[in-house]
Design a protein around this ligand. Structure first.
Ligand SMILES: O=C[C@H](O)COP(=O)(O)O
Length: 270
C-alpha cells in the first residue's frame, strides 16, 4: 500500500471476503453479525479500510436487511452476474436484481468461473458491461495457473486478461474498477505467492492501466491480491506499494480471522 506523508492511504485498502459456495442465509446472518461486532470491538475505521463480503446469491436479501437494519458499514456484493438484463436465461441473475439488493460490487472473472464454467474473455467483458449498466463496481479477477507460472509467462498472461476484459471501456466508465490478482495455484491450497510476487503483478497491472489509459487513472485503481491470505501473512502481502488489499476466500468464513485480516494495520511491525 502507498501512504502519504501524513499516514493516509493513497488508495483506500479493501479487504474483501469471497464466501464462494458456503454459508446459507441463516449462517450468513450469524457470520455478518459476528464480523460487524468483532470489527466494532476492535474500533475498525471503515473510512480508512473498506471491508466487504461476497455471499452466495441466496444470502443477499438477508445480508441487505441486516446491513440496513443495523446500519452496518460493511459493503457487500455478488460473486457473479449475468451479462444479460432479463429473459430466458435459466439460473442466471442480472445486475439489476443485485443493485436492488443493495449490492455495490460484483466479482467478475473469478478463476473458478473461468475454469469450471468455461468463462472466456469475451463473456467477462460483457459481464463488466452489464455491471456498469447497473452502477455495480466490477471487481475483476485475473491470474495464471501453475503451468503458466512454471513457464515464466505469468505477467504476459495476466496482463492479457486485463486488456481483454477492459477493451473499449473508458477510464470514466471504470472509475470504480477494482482488480484482484489471484494466482490460481495459490487459491485454497495454502500456497501463497510471496509478497514480492504480489507486488510484481500489482505493479505490472498498474503499468498496463497507465498504458491503456492514463497514469492518473492507473494510480486510482485498487489492485488486490488473493490466494491463501490469512491474518498471519496479510501484513507482509500488503507491504507492496501497489497492493491495495486482499480478496480472501477460506479465511473469510471465520468472522474472527477475517476481522483480524481487516485489522492488518495491527500486525504491521514498524
Ligand atoms: O476469491 C478468493 C480467492 O479465490 C482466494 O481463496 P483462498 O483465500 O481460499 O485461497
Amino acid at each position: 500500500m502507498t501512504t502519504t506523508r501524513d499516514g493516509a492511504y493513497v488508495r483506500r485498502p479493501l479487504i474483501a471476503g469471497n464466501w464462494k459456495m458456503n454459508m446459507d442465509h441463516i449462517q450468513a446472518i450469524a457470520l455478518v453479525q459476528k464480523l460487524a461486532w468483532t470489527l466494532d470491538d476492535a474500533g475498525h475505521d471503515y473510512g480508512r479500510v473498506e471491508v466487504s463480503v461476497f455471499p452466495p446469491f441466496t444470502d443477499l436479501r438477508s445480508v441487505q436487511t441486516l446491513v440496513a437494519g443495523d446500519k452496518l458499514s460493511l459493503t457487500y456484493g455478488a460473486q457473479d452476474l449475468s451479462a444479460q438484463d432479463s429473459g430466458a436465461y435459466t439460473g442466471d441473475i442480472p445486475g439489476g436484481f443485485l443493485a436492488k439488493l443493495g449490492c455495490t460490487q460484483v466479482l467478475i472473472g473469478h478463476s473458478e468461473r473461468r475454469e469450471i464454467h468455461h468463462e472466456n474473455d469475451e463473456l467477462i467483458h460483457a459481464k463488466i458491461e452489464a455491471a456498469l449498466r447497473h452502477q455495480l463496481s466490477p471487481l475483476l479477477c485475473v491470474g495464471e495457473g501453475l503451468q503458466v507460472r512454471e513457464a515464466g509467462d505469468h505477467v504476459r498472461h495476466t496482463l492479457a486478461q486485463v486488456e481483454a476484459a477492459l477493451q473499449g471501456f473508458t477510464a470514466e466508465q471504470l472509475s470504480e474498477l477494482v482488480i484482484a490478482y489471484e494466482p490460481v495455484w495459490a487459491i485454497g491450497t495454502g500456497k501463497t505467492a510471496g509478497p514480492e510476487d504480489a507486488q510484481e503483478l500489482a505493479q505490472a497491472i498498474r503499468s498496463k492501466l497507465a498504458e491503456l489509459y492514463t497514469a492518473e487513472f492507473a494510480d486510482s485503481v485498487r489492485v488486490l491480491y488473493g490466494g491463501s491470505v490469512k491474518s498471519s501473512n496479510v501484513a507482509a502481502i500488503l507491504e507492496g506499494a501497489d497492493v491495495d488489499g486482499a480478496l480472501v476466500g477460506g479465511a473469510s468464513l471465520d468472522a474472527e480471522e477475517f476481522a483480524k485480516i481487516a485489522q492488518f494495520e495491527k500486525h504491521i511491525t514498524a
